[in-house]
Design a protein around this ligand. Structure first.
Ligand SMILES: [Zn+2]
Length: 341
Protein backbone atom coordinates (compact mmCIF):
# COMPACT_ATOMS: atom_id res chain seq x y z
CA UNK A 1 0.00 0.00 0.00
CA UNK A 2 1.22 3.46 -0.83
CA UNK A 3 1.62 5.88 2.05
CA UNK A 4 0.90 9.47 1.28
CA UNK A 5 2.63 12.24 3.11
CA UNK A 6 1.42 15.83 3.10
CA UNK A 7 4.14 18.06 1.73
CA UNK A 8 3.37 21.72 2.44
CA UNK A 9 3.58 23.96 -0.61
CA UNK A 10 6.70 26.01 -0.98
CA UNK A 11 6.37 29.51 0.48
CA UNK A 12 7.17 31.56 -2.59
CA UNK A 13 6.44 35.24 -3.17
CA UNK A 14 3.58 34.23 -5.45
CA UNK A 15 2.15 32.03 -2.68
CA UNK A 16 2.34 34.92 -0.19
CA UNK A 17 0.70 37.38 -2.59
CA UNK A 18 -2.19 35.02 -3.37
CA UNK A 19 -2.99 33.89 0.16
CA UNK A 20 -5.29 36.51 1.66
CA UNK A 21 -7.39 34.87 4.33
CA UNK A 22 -7.33 36.86 7.55
CA UNK A 23 -10.16 39.01 8.85
CA UNK A 24 -8.60 39.34 12.29
CA UNK A 25 -6.50 42.49 12.64
CA UNK A 26 -2.82 43.08 13.17
CA UNK A 27 -2.64 45.85 15.80
CA UNK A 28 0.41 48.12 15.85
CA UNK A 29 1.06 50.39 18.83
CA UNK A 30 3.41 53.34 18.24
CA UNK A 31 5.31 55.23 20.92
CA UNK A 32 7.73 58.16 20.71
CA UNK A 33 10.53 55.79 19.63
CA UNK A 34 8.63 54.95 16.41
CA UNK A 35 8.37 58.55 15.19
CA UNK A 36 11.98 59.05 16.23
CA UNK A 37 13.10 56.02 14.19
CA UNK A 38 10.96 57.10 11.24
CA UNK A 39 12.30 60.66 11.15
CA UNK A 40 15.89 60.45 12.43
CA UNK A 41 16.75 63.72 10.68
CA UNK A 42 13.57 65.49 11.70
CA UNK A 43 10.91 66.76 9.34
CA UNK A 44 11.15 68.09 5.78
CA UNK A 45 12.82 71.26 7.07
CA UNK A 46 15.15 69.53 9.54
CA UNK A 47 12.99 70.35 12.58
CA UNK A 48 13.72 67.71 15.20
CA UNK A 49 11.24 65.48 16.99
CA UNK A 50 11.78 65.99 20.71
CA UNK A 51 12.31 63.20 23.24
CA UNK A 52 11.50 63.71 26.93
CA UNK A 53 15.17 64.39 27.67
CA UNK A 54 15.60 67.24 25.12
CA UNK A 55 11.99 68.40 24.94
CA UNK A 56 12.58 71.86 26.51
CA UNK A 57 15.51 72.71 24.18
CA UNK A 58 13.95 71.37 20.97
CA UNK A 59 10.62 73.19 21.43
CA UNK A 60 12.38 76.26 22.87
CA UNK A 61 10.70 76.44 26.28
CA UNK A 62 13.70 77.74 28.28
CA UNK A 63 12.17 81.17 28.98
CA UNK A 64 9.02 79.54 30.38
CA UNK A 65 11.17 77.32 32.61
CA UNK A 66 12.80 80.36 34.19
CA UNK A 67 9.38 81.98 34.61
CA UNK A 68 8.22 78.84 36.44
CA UNK A 69 11.42 78.95 38.50
CA UNK A 70 12.61 75.58 37.24
CA UNK A 71 16.38 75.13 37.20
CA UNK A 72 18.60 73.15 34.86
CA UNK A 73 18.85 70.32 33.90
CA UNK A 74 15.61 70.11 31.93
CA UNK A 75 16.14 66.46 31.05
CA UNK A 76 12.88 65.04 32.43
CA UNK A 77 9.98 66.86 30.81
CA UNK A 78 7.53 64.37 32.28
CA UNK A 79 8.49 65.40 35.84
CA UNK A 80 8.75 69.12 34.95
CA UNK A 81 5.34 69.23 33.30
CA UNK A 82 3.65 67.26 36.10
CA UNK A 83 5.03 69.77 38.61
CA UNK A 84 3.81 72.80 36.61
CA UNK A 85 0.39 71.25 36.00
CA UNK A 86 -0.15 70.69 39.73
CA UNK A 87 0.77 74.25 40.75
CA UNK A 88 -2.24 76.63 40.62
CA UNK A 89 0.14 79.64 40.47
CA UNK A 90 1.56 78.37 37.17
CA UNK A 91 -1.69 78.09 35.22
CA UNK A 92 -0.66 80.85 32.82
CA UNK A 93 2.80 79.33 32.20
CA UNK A 94 1.17 75.94 31.63
CA UNK A 95 -1.19 77.49 29.06
CA UNK A 96 1.74 79.01 27.17
CA UNK A 97 3.70 75.73 27.23
CA UNK A 98 0.63 73.92 25.84
CA UNK A 99 0.29 76.44 23.00
CA UNK A 100 4.01 76.42 22.16
CA UNK A 101 4.09 72.62 22.01
CA UNK A 102 0.94 72.37 19.89
CA UNK A 103 2.27 75.03 17.48
CA UNK A 104 5.64 73.28 17.17
CA UNK A 105 4.13 69.88 16.35
CA UNK A 106 1.63 71.45 13.97
CA UNK A 107 4.49 73.01 12.00
CA UNK A 108 6.15 69.63 11.27
CA UNK A 109 5.99 68.49 7.64
CA UNK A 110 6.56 65.07 6.09
CA UNK A 111 9.78 64.68 4.08
CA UNK A 112 9.09 64.34 0.34
CA UNK A 113 10.16 60.76 -0.37
CA UNK A 114 8.75 57.59 1.20
CA UNK A 115 9.42 57.36 4.95
CA UNK A 116 9.16 54.45 7.37
CA UNK A 117 5.58 55.60 8.08
CA UNK A 118 4.68 55.31 4.38
CA UNK A 119 6.06 51.74 4.44
CA UNK A 120 4.11 50.99 7.63
CA UNK A 121 0.79 52.23 6.27
CA UNK A 122 1.19 50.40 2.96
CA UNK A 123 2.12 47.21 4.81
CA UNK A 124 -1.21 46.97 6.62
CA UNK A 125 -4.71 46.31 5.25
CA UNK A 126 -8.00 48.01 6.03
CA UNK A 127 -8.82 45.40 8.70
CA UNK A 128 -5.66 46.36 10.62
CA UNK A 129 -5.13 49.06 13.23
CA UNK A 130 -2.36 51.50 14.10
CA UNK A 131 -2.77 53.13 17.52
CA UNK A 132 -0.31 55.89 18.30
CA UNK A 133 0.66 57.85 21.38
CA UNK A 134 2.36 60.45 19.19
CA UNK A 135 1.01 63.96 18.59
CA UNK A 136 2.87 64.64 15.36
CA UNK A 137 0.99 64.91 12.05
CA UNK A 138 3.21 62.40 10.19
CA UNK A 139 1.11 59.24 10.42
CA UNK A 140 -2.13 60.96 9.43
CA UNK A 141 -0.48 62.80 6.54
CA UNK A 142 1.27 59.63 5.36
CA UNK A 143 -2.15 57.93 5.22
CA UNK A 144 -3.41 60.73 3.03
CA UNK A 145 -0.60 60.63 0.53
CA UNK A 146 -0.91 56.84 0.01
CA UNK A 147 -4.68 56.51 0.01
CA UNK A 148 -5.08 56.49 -3.77
CA UNK A 149 -2.90 53.36 -3.86
CA UNK A 150 -4.55 51.45 -1.00
CA UNK A 151 -7.15 52.01 1.71
CA UNK A 152 -5.26 52.71 4.91
CA UNK A 153 -5.67 50.75 8.16
CA UNK A 154 -7.67 52.34 11.01
CA UNK A 155 -5.63 55.01 12.75
CA UNK A 156 -6.26 55.68 16.44
CA UNK A 157 -4.78 58.61 18.36
CA UNK A 158 -4.50 57.68 22.03
CA UNK A 159 -3.10 61.01 23.20
CA UNK A 160 -4.66 63.20 20.49
CA UNK A 161 -2.82 64.67 17.51
CA UNK A 162 -2.27 68.08 15.96
CA UNK A 163 -3.40 66.62 12.62
CA UNK A 164 -6.98 65.86 13.57
CA UNK A 165 -10.23 67.53 14.54
CA UNK A 166 -13.70 66.18 15.19
CA UNK A 167 -17.28 66.94 14.16
CA UNK A 168 -19.56 66.39 17.14
CA UNK A 169 -22.58 66.31 14.90
CA UNK A 170 -21.36 63.46 12.63
CA UNK A 171 -19.18 61.90 15.38
CA UNK A 172 -16.22 61.61 13.03
CA UNK A 173 -12.56 62.53 13.01
CA UNK A 174 -11.31 64.66 10.12
CA UNK A 175 -8.19 66.54 9.07
CA UNK A 176 -7.71 69.58 11.24
CA UNK A 177 -6.81 71.53 8.10
CA UNK A 178 -10.42 71.16 6.97
CA UNK A 179 -12.21 74.07 8.64
CA UNK A 180 -15.76 72.78 8.23
CA UNK A 181 -17.31 69.33 8.14
CA UNK A 182 -19.53 68.30 5.19
CA UNK A 183 -22.55 68.92 7.44
CA UNK A 184 -21.53 72.56 7.75
CA UNK A 185 -20.40 72.42 11.37
CA UNK A 186 -17.03 73.93 12.34
CA UNK A 187 -14.40 71.31 13.21
CA UNK A 188 -13.24 71.19 16.84
CA UNK A 189 -9.52 70.50 17.31
CA UNK A 190 -8.78 67.27 19.17
CA UNK A 191 -6.52 68.21 22.10
CA UNK A 192 -3.13 66.66 22.74
CA UNK A 193 -2.80 64.99 26.14
CA UNK A 194 0.32 65.96 28.08
CA UNK A 195 2.44 63.69 30.30
CA UNK A 196 0.62 63.87 33.62
CA UNK A 197 -0.44 60.82 35.61
CA UNK A 198 -4.18 61.49 35.37
CA UNK A 199 -4.79 62.15 31.67
CA UNK A 200 -8.55 61.76 31.67
CA UNK A 201 -9.06 59.88 28.43
CA UNK A 202 -12.79 60.62 28.62
CA UNK A 203 -12.38 64.41 28.43
CA UNK A 204 -12.42 64.34 24.63
CA UNK A 205 -15.08 62.32 22.79
CA UNK A 206 -12.77 61.41 19.88
CA UNK A 207 -9.93 60.21 22.13
CA UNK A 208 -12.36 58.18 24.27
CA UNK A 209 -13.77 56.53 21.13
CA UNK A 210 -10.26 55.73 19.86
CA UNK A 211 -9.45 53.95 23.14
CA UNK A 212 -12.65 51.90 22.91
CA UNK A 213 -11.80 50.94 19.32
CA UNK A 214 -8.31 49.89 20.34
CA UNK A 215 -9.61 47.70 23.15
CA UNK A 216 -12.00 46.01 20.73
CA UNK A 217 -9.20 45.47 18.20
CA UNK A 218 -6.89 44.04 20.86
CA UNK A 219 -9.52 41.47 21.81
CA UNK A 220 -9.76 40.32 18.18
CA UNK A 221 -6.20 40.65 16.96
CA UNK A 222 -3.93 37.84 15.78
CA UNK A 223 -0.73 39.88 15.95
CA UNK A 224 0.27 42.78 18.19
CA UNK A 225 3.36 44.87 17.44
CA UNK A 226 4.63 47.35 20.01
CA UNK A 227 6.98 49.78 18.30
CA UNK A 228 9.10 52.27 20.28
CA UNK A 229 6.76 52.49 23.24
CA UNK A 230 8.30 52.02 26.66
CA UNK A 231 5.23 52.65 28.88
CA UNK A 232 6.56 55.71 30.75
CA UNK A 233 5.70 56.37 34.41
CA UNK A 234 2.80 58.71 33.65
CA UNK A 235 1.14 56.13 31.40
CA UNK A 236 -0.05 53.74 34.13
CA UNK A 237 -3.64 54.34 33.05
CA UNK A 238 -2.75 53.61 29.41
CA UNK A 239 -1.05 50.32 30.26
CA UNK A 240 -4.06 49.28 32.39
CA UNK A 241 -6.41 49.98 29.45
CA UNK A 242 -4.18 48.06 27.04
CA UNK A 243 -4.10 45.14 29.42
CA UNK A 244 -7.87 45.19 29.84
CA UNK A 245 -8.23 45.05 26.04
CA UNK A 246 -5.67 42.25 25.65
CA UNK A 247 -7.26 40.12 28.40
CA UNK A 248 -5.70 37.25 30.35
CA UNK A 249 -2.29 36.07 29.20
CA UNK A 250 -3.35 32.41 29.46
CA UNK A 251 -6.22 32.99 27.05
CA UNK A 252 -3.85 34.42 24.44
CA UNK A 253 -1.28 31.68 23.97
CA UNK A 254 -1.25 31.47 20.17
CA UNK A 255 -1.21 35.08 19.10
CA UNK A 256 2.09 36.70 18.20
CA UNK A 257 3.49 39.66 20.12
CA UNK A 258 6.36 41.50 18.51
CA UNK A 259 8.35 44.28 20.15
CA UNK A 260 10.39 46.65 18.00
CA UNK A 261 12.81 48.49 20.25
CA UNK A 262 16.47 49.24 20.76
CA UNK A 263 16.35 48.63 24.55
CA UNK A 264 17.77 45.42 25.99
CA UNK A 265 15.54 42.37 25.99
CA UNK A 266 15.37 41.94 29.78
CA UNK A 267 13.98 45.42 30.35
CA UNK A 268 11.49 44.99 27.47
CA UNK A 269 10.40 41.63 28.80
CA UNK A 270 9.86 43.25 32.25
CA UNK A 271 7.81 46.14 30.75
CA UNK A 272 5.51 43.84 28.77
CA UNK A 273 5.37 40.82 31.05
CA UNK A 274 1.62 41.14 31.59
CA UNK A 275 1.09 40.67 27.84
CA UNK A 276 3.51 37.91 27.02
CA UNK A 277 2.71 34.22 27.27
CA UNK A 278 5.86 32.16 27.96
CA UNK A 279 7.80 32.36 24.71
CA UNK A 280 5.29 33.73 22.21
CA UNK A 281 7.02 37.00 21.48
CA UNK A 282 9.92 38.26 19.45
CA UNK A 283 12.10 41.33 19.79
CA UNK A 284 13.30 43.15 16.67
CA UNK A 285 15.87 45.92 16.67
CA UNK A 286 14.43 47.71 13.67
CA UNK A 287 11.10 48.06 11.87
CA UNK A 288 12.72 46.61 8.75
CA UNK A 289 13.20 43.24 10.50
CA UNK A 290 9.55 43.09 11.59
CA UNK A 291 6.71 40.85 10.33
CA UNK A 292 5.20 43.90 8.65
CA UNK A 293 8.32 44.81 6.73
CA UNK A 294 9.10 41.21 5.74
CA UNK A 295 5.53 40.17 4.87
CA UNK A 296 3.74 43.39 3.93
CA UNK A 297 -0.08 43.19 3.91
CA UNK A 298 0.25 39.44 4.71
CA UNK A 299 1.71 39.57 8.22
CA UNK A 300 -1.10 37.59 9.91
CA UNK A 301 -1.11 34.97 7.14
CA UNK A 302 2.70 34.65 7.33
CA UNK A 303 2.66 34.21 11.13
CA UNK A 304 0.01 31.52 10.71
CA UNK A 305 2.00 29.77 7.98
CA UNK A 306 5.09 29.68 10.17
CA UNK A 307 3.60 28.96 13.61
CA UNK A 308 0.54 26.86 12.77
CA UNK A 309 1.30 25.28 9.38
CA UNK A 310 5.02 24.90 10.18
CA UNK A 311 6.03 26.21 6.80
CA UNK A 312 9.54 27.43 6.17
CA UNK A 313 8.90 31.04 5.24
CA UNK A 314 11.21 33.65 3.82
CA UNK A 315 10.91 37.43 3.74
CA UNK A 316 9.71 39.50 0.77
CA UNK A 317 10.55 43.11 1.42
CA UNK A 318 9.58 46.22 -0.53
CA UNK A 319 12.39 48.41 -1.92
CA UNK A 320 13.86 50.91 0.50
CA UNK A 321 15.16 54.32 -0.54
CA UNK A 322 12.93 54.17 -3.59
CA UNK A 323 10.51 56.66 -5.13
CA UNK A 324 6.78 56.53 -4.39
CA UNK A 325 6.26 55.25 -7.92
CA UNK A 326 8.57 52.26 -7.35
CA UNK A 327 7.15 51.57 -3.92
CA UNK A 328 3.53 51.65 -5.09
CA UNK A 329 4.41 49.45 -8.08
CA UNK A 330 5.90 46.86 -5.71
CA UNK A 331 2.73 46.80 -3.62
CA UNK A 332 0.33 46.66 -6.57
CA UNK A 333 0.18 42.85 -7.06
CA UNK A 334 -0.56 42.42 -3.34
CA UNK A 335 -3.33 45.02 -3.36
CA UNK A 336 -4.81 43.59 -6.58
CA UNK A 337 -4.86 40.06 -5.11
CA UNK A 338 -6.88 41.33 -2.15
CA UNK A 339 -9.72 42.65 -4.27
CA UNK A 340 -9.61 39.57 -6.52
CA UNK A 341 -10.10 37.22 -3.58
ZN1 LIG B 1 -20.34 66.86 10.50
Amino acid sequence: MLAYRMIPPEYTEEYEIKHVSFGRPHVVLLGAGASYAAFPNGDKNGRKLPLLKDFVEVIGLEHLMSEANIQLPFDDFEAIYSRIALDPDLTSVKGRIDTAVYTYFESLELPEGPTLYDHLILSLRRKDVIATFNWDPFLWNACHRNRSTASPPSILFLHGSVAIGRCDNCKIVLSRSQVHCKCGRAIEPVPILFPVTKKNYNSDAAIAAHWRNLQRALKECWAFTIFGYSAPKTDVEAVALLKEGWGRVNDRNLEEIEIIDIKNEDSLRASWDQFIHTHHYTVKRSYFESWLAEHPRRSCEAIWAQNMDCMFIQPFTPPRNSSFEQLHAWFKPRIDAESAG
